[in-house]
Structure formats: C-alpha cells, structure tokens
Ligand binder design. Structure first.
Ligand code: ADP
Ligand code: MN
Ligand code: MN
Ligand code: MN
Ligand code: MN
Length: 365
C-alpha cells in the first residue's frame, strides 16, 4: 500500500445528513466481531419503528466466507442484536446495534465470546463485578506508519509525549476529541482520555461498568474510534506492539472490583483475589489476546512498564507487575485491583469472564 488515499470532500455529506428523515424509517447499523476476534464489521438495514431495546430488532445474517467465519459450505452467520446505542454519525433516531454471532444451526459461533461471558456474569451477579478498561491504541497514517512520525526516521526518544500538549508532542488530538464526544452522545460510559508514552499512541478509559456491559461498551467505543478516524483519513491500530524497539506497547489494563472489595476492609478480598489470579496466570495470559498469548508476548517483556509474560507478580503502585494495587486503594484499605496484562487487542468479554471465573467462581485448572 502506497498510502495514497483519494479523499472526498467530507463537508458535502452534511447536506444529505441535513435532509429530513421520515420518522418511521430508522437506520440500524448492525455491528459484530469478525473471525479475527479483533476486527469489527457492520452493515445497515432500515426498520419501520424506533427500537427501544435490542431484542425488538430482527435477527439478521451475513456472509461468513468473507469475514473468516464460514462454517463448511453453509456460509450464513446469524447476528442477534444484544445492545443498542444512539448513532452519532447519522443522528436522529438512528441506532448502532451490537450483535452476537451464531451458526445457522443455532450454535454459538466460536468467535462469539460474549455468550459464555454473559452466562458467567449471570452466575456471579451477587458479587456485583465492576470493570474499568484503559484502552490504549496507536494512530497510523494510511501507509500504516505511525501518524505524524517522520516518514524516513523516528521521533525523539520517549519522554515528552505522555499526557503531552503541543504540535511537537501529540498527533491526532482532533480524532481523540471527536471520539470522546461521539462516545458521550452514544451513552458509552467513557471516563477519560490521555496521550500515551509513544507518540501517536493514546488511551481512553471506559468504566466502571458492571458485568456484561463492560464488553458491550468497550466494543462499541472501539467501533466509534475506527469510524471517527475513518472520517479523518487515519487508521487505528490495536496491535500490542506496533513499533518494535524502544517504544512502549499498547495494553488494555483491566481495573476490577467486587462489592466486597469496594466495602470498608475490602483489602482482604483484594489480596485473596490476587492470590487466586497468581495460581492461574497461564490460563489468563491465553485469554488476554485473540491469539492465545502470542500477541502479548511481543509486549509483556518486563520492560516499558510491563511485567514478564512468564511470571506473575503484584505490588502497590507497581507498574512493572502483573497486578497493581493503586496507591489510593492501599491507603483506603479497599477499592479495586488493576490487571495490567490484557493486550490492547484483547476481547474484553474473555478478559472479564476469566477475572470472574477465577476470583468469584473459584475456578482453577
Ligand atoms: P491508571 O492510573 O492506571 O492510568 P486510569 O485512570 O486510566 O488508571 O483508569 C482507571 C479505570 O479504573 C477507569 O476506567 C475507572 O472507571 C476504573 N475504576 C475506578 N474505580 C473502579 C472500581 N471500583 N472497580 C473497577 N474499576 C474501577
Ligand atoms: Mn450482495
Ligand atoms: Mn490509564
Ligand atoms: Mn496507559
Ligand atoms: Mn493503568
């Protein structure tokens, strides 16, 4: 790819978006996770009513042979609406519809990690599990080189970029700002953003979200980011180590608490949970990226504010450990723990499911 992109004049679209839309015609953009377990797909249909809940919308299908989701010669994959969000691109009553994927015979599609996550969250409802995920990502030019980096060289060493300001320190803030407002409009529980350590790398946080809503909100927030960046002619990468060498990778720290951890004296429950996690490190690593730990291996080196992929560790305010107890939570004696291992391209359904299986359902293997 040469990186030469033909762009249309984006303001022309506004004329058509300003046309009155018949009230009984609602555009519903169905969104699902494809066979990579990492990339999103979407397509739209018109419905004749304003849906209030996802379950009011029809089940639909797509051609799985084009998304890495084909099952034998029957390539139809069914998409079941599960969560509904306001569409910030089309406005009016139009919706974004997050879907789960099923095979034609009704079986859960292997790439659908939401179904079992949801079952686990139902079982553990009494624990009131809350999550907050810090989603790191990298902006790339259409030639897939980091956005704003010199084309024939490298920016200066890391240091001034994290939470930086100024055109010499940050690249693509207009995308970050647009995404933030798009999330707020769509009622995604976005809780903040910051520029990251590597130039052109950013983070946004979603949470706290209870149970299954963590994965739902994060996946739709990712969709919004891809879609906003598309408008700016910029590419989003969730690769955990987009630039090899002395550049920070990208993670998805998962902050996690139960009702017990949040209550006075919750430190005891926090430490118990951490001890259980320590006994199941390998299984968690396998669930923390879409390729069984292989993606994260490039990132979890023990350098660049990460722990080693092969070793479990924890500590108060320790950014080189697998699990960090935030300083404030240590002072308060309650709060939440931060699992720093999940990769930026993780499936949040798999991550939250494993956290609950290990710490609430006491699963071991
Ligand atoms: P860091 O200091 O690691 O950069 P951030 O401020 O980026 O942390 O993110 C902290 C995340 O923790 C936010 O997404 C927030 O919603 C989440 N969070 C806060 N309190 C809790 C809690 N009790 N349980 C789970 N997550 C929480
Ligand atoms: Mn066709
Ligand atoms: Mn953070
Ligand atoms: Mn970060
Ligand atoms: Mn963090």
């Amino acid at each position: 790819m040469l990186g030469i992109t033909q762009t249309t004049n984006k303001t022309t679209l506004l004329r058509y978006l300003a046309l009155p839309q018949p009230e009984d015609k609602v555009q519903c953009m169905y969104i699902w996770i494809d066979g990579t377990g990492e990339n999103l797909r979407a397509k739209t249909r018109t419905v004749d009513f304003v849906p209030k809940q996802a379950t009011e919308l029809p089940i639909w299908n797509f051609d799985g042979s084009s998304t890495g989701q084909a099952e034998g010669h029957n390539s139809d994959v069914m998409i079941h609406p599960v969560a509904l969000f306001k569409d910030p691109f089309r406005g009016n009553n139009n919706k974004l519809v997050l879907c789960e994927t099923y095979r034609h015979d009704g079986a859960v599609h292997p790439s659908n990690k939401r179904n079992s996550c949801n079952q686990v969250m139902q079982k553990a409802k009494g624990f009131e599990p809350w999550f907050g995920i810090e989603q790191e990502y990298t902006l790339l030019d259409t030639d897939l080189h980091p956005f704003g980096w010199p084309k024939n060289g490298f920016p200066g060493p890391q240091g001034p970029y994290y939470t930086g300001v100024g055109a010499n320190n940050v690249h693509g803030r207009d995308i970050v700002e647009s995404h933030y407002r798009a999330c707020l409009y769509s009622e995604i529980k976005i809780s903040g953003e910051n520029a990251e350590v590597m130039p052109a790398q950013w983070e946004f946080q979603v949470g706290p979200c209870e149970g299954i809503s963590m994965g739902d909100h994060l996946w739709v927030a990712r969709f919004l980011l891809h879609r906003v960046a598309e408008d700016f002619g910029v590419v989003v990468s969730f690769d955990p180590k987009p630039m090899p060498g002395d550049w920070n990778g990208a993670g998805a720290h998962a902050n996690y608490s139960t009702k017990e951890m949040r209550a006075p004296g919750g430190m005891k429950a926090m430490v118990e949970a951490i001890e259980r996690l320590g006994k199941r490190h390998a299984a968690h690593i396998r669930a923390y990226d879409p390729n069984g730990g292989n993606d994260n291996r490039r990132r979890l080196t023990g350098r660049h504010e990460t722990s080693s992929i092969d070793k479990f560790s924890y500590g108060v305010a320790h950014r080189g450990s697998s699990i960090r107890i935030p300083r404030q939570c240590s002072d308060d004696g309650c709060g939440y723990i931060e699992d720093r291992r999940p990769s930026s391209n993780c499936d949040p359904y798999s991550v939250t499911e494993m956290l609950v299986r290990t710490t609430c359902l006491n699963e071991t293997d």
